[in-house]
Design a protein. Sequence first.
Length: 225
Amino acid sequence: MSLKNAVQAPHRLPALPYADSALEPCIDAQTLRLHHDEHHRSYIEKLNQALEPYPALQGRTALALLLDPEAVPQAIRAVVRNNAGGHLNHSMFWLAMSPDGPRAPRGPLADAIVRDFGDFERFKTRFAEAGETQFGSGWVWLTRSADSGRRLKICTTSGHDNPVRQGQVPVLLNDLWEHAYYLKHQNRRGDYLQDWWTVTNWAEAERRFEQSADAADGPHIGARR
């Protein structure tokens, strides 16, 4: 699986890169099916429906729609922002998890985490705390600044906003909407955030971090080619 379906139009639901049960016990198969097949699909359907009367916008990627909101008619701007963001964020989220692979970052990303957070365990604590204290639905992110400092930071966004709109380059993200965890963890978001480290795809985060070195030419999401 790649981000091709999220960054290229027309907008389509990307296939999961693993089986529905592959992320158990952290994420059960039923939750994953509902999350991917129903929630993610609904964002795509609503996005395509909103764009249907506007042929000039139908060829724009989800990222382009988010980065140029003034090009979107006011009548559909909120619908496009919410659903393009939902489509883009979820397409990134499926790749941010894996049933196998390294359970800690390596190489330049590991070095940067130590530099900017002190050590890996301190980073994990701060990331989980940011996610747990985010009010309402949203996302928690590890991003890299696109400016000359290129520092890592942890941030949260509400709804389906994406920090690329603030000039940050996403490296890692976790979904804080209740539909991501409620069937198994119920209202225990903190437990979900701790369990999530067992399925974090650090190889993907390393790839995003290394690609983010090219961010000087503008914000991007590190789509696989």
